[in-house]
Design a protein around this ligand. Structure first.
Ligand code: SAM
Length: 270
């Protein structure tokens, strides 16, 4: 198999990677036959998966543009995946080249690909950190993060399609409180999160699918996800299904938004 320049030598291309499978759902080019095989198996069980991922990514893009329009120039993207197909630094820096972005992911494959991609495209004012979002102090005290981001100014904290990988035992609400402590007023918190609200019949199938692929997922109801925004004022339209958060074109709207099985919201640190 030809090894593209963005793939570092220590990555095993014979095993599927969650990050590259996600890239496939998004229509990206950073995936291989082994990833596509796994993706097709998942799609056979849950045909709407690619559309759900694409709607999630579209929300991320809209939220980043919203933050830049509010004057926010710093982004901490936690659970970032591979920064491809409309990634945060491209969207933010297109609006203002001064924007600074730190990508954080626990997955060494996502991190290695991120570093290689950012180096190859010589992306300025960006950094990548391998860390576990369940250890906020490791991320917030990291010298590389502190070098690029100034926490005396607003920083947008992006937790997009990431918190449903955090188990109830790890208490996501308490983790978010730790992040919120270092954010100055005016800092946005952007969350999207899987839910079984609106499609309870699919809840077991969704969760079983993810548990089978080795990355368990915990769907949560609206009131629990809304609780993650403690200390933040929600901007309109509040916590809504992914496609309902400030859609910018009719293409982004869904007749049955609950079928996306995901909520989205943006709050501002008060
Ligand atoms: N945020 C991107 C988006 O919405 O397009 C990527 C979301 S992807 C579905 C979820 C990412 O969260 C994966 O790359 C996974 O490795 C990462 N992740 C899961 N658990 C994590 C943890 N405990 N700490 C950091 N990243 C985590």
């Amino acid at each position: 198999m030809d090894r593209p320049t963005w793939v570092c030598g220590d990555i095993d291309l014979t095993k599927p990677s969650t990050a590259r499978v996600y890239d496939y759902y998004l229509g990206g080019s950073h995936n291989f036959a082994v990833d596509r095989r796994q993706a097709r198996q998942a799609i056979a069980l849950w045909p709407e998966l690619p559309k759900i991922m694409q709607a999630n990514r579209a929300f991320l893009r809209r939220a980043v543009r919203f933050c830049v329009a509010r004057g926010v120039r710093q982004f901490l993207d936690v659970g970032s995946g591979i920064p491809t197909v409309g990634n945060v630094h491209e969207i933010a820096q297109r609006a203002d080249p001064d924007c600074r972005v730190v990508y954080v992911d626990i997955d060494p494959i996502a991190v290695a690909h991120s570093r290689a991609l950012l180096a190859e495209s010589r992306a300025p004012r960006t950094a990548t950190l391998q860390a576990d979002l369940r250890k906020p102090e490791q991320i917030l005290d990291d010298p590389g993060v502190r070098e690029l981001l100034d926490f005396d100014e607003p920083v947008a904290l992006l937790m997009v399609s990431a918190l449903h990988f955090v188990s109830p035992n790890d208490n996501p609400a308490a983790l978010l409180e730790q992040y919120a402590e270092v954010l100055v007023p005016g800092s946005p918190l952007v969350i999207s999160h899987g839910t079984a609200d609106g499609r309870p019949e699919r809840a077991t199938a969704h969760e079983e699918l993810y548990h089978r692929t080795g990355t368990p997922i915990w769907m949560r109801p609206a009131d629990e996800i809304a609780g993650f925004f403690a200390g933040f004022d929600m901007v309109d339209p509040g916590l809504v299904y992914l496609s309902q958060w400030r859609p910018e074109s009719p293409d982004e709207e869904w007749e049955r938004p609950e079928r996306l099985s995901g909520y989205a919201g943006l709050g501002i640190r008060n």
